[in-house]
Design a protein around this ligand. Structure first.
Ligand SMILES: [Zn+2]
Length: 96
């Protein structure tokens, strides 16, 4: 079984709709598994400022908890390959 080490900033999640950008994650200790369903998690590259939304369910698969600071350290930019200093961003899905 392969273990993915990095999280690609691929963007365009089909099941995550088009989230409204909320801002950079302030509370890096926040637990992804305890966040609300309409909250989206993304990443921003520190080098080229590319932004992309992540698949939360992929992040937390097989995990009882995963905090945002841990997500941040695993981010890898698809465009430039940067893995250092990338930020976690938060978004919100329309609730209907
Ligand atoms: Zn980049």
């Amino acid at each position: 079984m392969k273990h993915r080490k990095g999280i690609d900033l691929t963007g365009g999640r089909k099941d995550c709709g088009q989230p409204t950008y909320v801002g950079e994650a302030m509370d890096v200790m926040a637990d992804v598994t305890r966040m609300m369903q309409w909250e989206c998690i993304g990443g921003r590259c520190a080098k080229c400022e590319r932004e992309a939304w992540l698949d939360r369910w992929e992040l937390q698969r097989g995990r009882s908890s995963i905090i945002l600071s841990e997500v941040a350290t695993r981010l890898r930019c698809r465009a430039c390959g940067n893995t250092a200093g990338n930020k976690v961003i938060l978004g919100r899905l329309p609730r209907d």
